[in-house]
Design a protein. Sequence first.
Length: 320
Amino acid sequence: MLDTREYLIAGGFPPIRRRTLRTLQVNIGYLCNLSCTHCHVAASPRRTEMMDEDTQALVLKFIERHDIKTLDLTGGAPEMMPAFRPLVKAAHKRGVHVIDRSNLTILVEPGHEDLVAFLAAHRVEVVASLPCYTEDNVDAQRGKGVFNASIEGLRRLNAAGYGSGEPGAPKLHLVFNPGGPSLPPPQQQLEQAYKQELADQFGIRFDGLFTITNMPIARFGSQLISRGELNDYMTLLKDSHCDANLERVMCRDTLSVDYRGYTYDCDFNQMLDMPLGGKQRTLHLRDLLEHDFSHQPIQVASHCYGCTAGQGSSCGGALA
């Protein structure tokens, strides 16, 4: 896999600083039952990296010390990791809102039959990747059979109350990302198309759609280099930059943590090995239990234009 880091590390992105820390986004491991072409962490069934019990305990200590409001669990397929259920249970008990970044197919894998019930019982918000509402497009990006497995996963979530829109019902959001080097279409219009198509074809309900721009790193970045498309894609991102999106980028109130407990300004910086605060040594959670994150500078490079281009992009969808 070709590395894009040397092309991105210097890029003139505007300087930005942190505000109050509210969300801890924790990548608890790279193991996954899929190997998607757009995956910025290069997760796959062959990966073995995953969080141990000591780091789990430190995550919970950090949450308490900093009064974290939201624990955002990602991977890989986070549900496959031994750390997933203990972290969900402990965070839920503390009144922390938990988000599960799911690929949907894991919900129908053997050995995970009780997963939907577990998520619903702990009021976990599910943010699920579904890059299109047609079978051909999804399977082309994520593998043969993924679309049908995803639809079955959505049906199980709906049966557990997800996406009903009822007061107090657990939330279900879908995630769209383009199949190639282009910006996502307007989020609101695409959400309406998703809702109509999935309801008409499959009776599926969900609360909202997040559109996310593909980052020029890991597998997707490697593809851009091999096809000679990286420069054109970076030009597209930079030319589409919108200053207003700088106020809403997620790194201003989110801290990214890897499976070992090391910290970064965002998940993408984590994959590019850009440590928090530009330090020579990557800071560990244990170093930051008493740290004040307010007004601290954020590490930026050219890939950050992926978050500010057009309508903007974050793990919560469009910014504009």
